[in-house]
Write a protein that binds this ligand. Sequence first.
Ligand code: ZN
Length: 163
Amino acid sequence: MVWNKLIMAKHRFIYWQFFNSQFLTRDHLSRFISIISSLCPVCDLALESHSHLFLDCLFSRRLFGEISSWLGIFKWPSSQVELQEWCFSATRDLKHQILNVFYAAALYFIWKNRNNCIFELACYNISSVSSEIRKVVKCRILGLGLHRVSKMDSYLINIVEGW
Ligand SMILES: [Zn+2]
């Protein structure tokens, strides 16, 4: 599912990096070089680790809350392993395809926001990020001209069209 063509190429790369724990978060960096702070550059409240940034950071948690307003009730995975297991068990169902595009986009924007906090000293607005993710998911799902093969697909496409 990580290399699915529905996912934008730059999102796919981040998705793959997430599963391979390849981000140079500060906990990882501090093992090799001396850095001023190991705290998360987004919230400044905890050690910046892979799991903190993508799963526990205040920004990420608020973003998931905001996303629930248009995606519906969903549970963001509590660990990398949980998302990995979901990914391996996901089917070609449209619901899974939508979630897959969403997960990749959310991870991408969380990482992008983190970098913006470091290099531009500014955190993105959560509503804007949520809206950007919604646009990406909508565009990818509707843009590839999926065929409405079942009532459920038709129902889901109607929901996505309304985003
Ligand atoms: Zn944080």
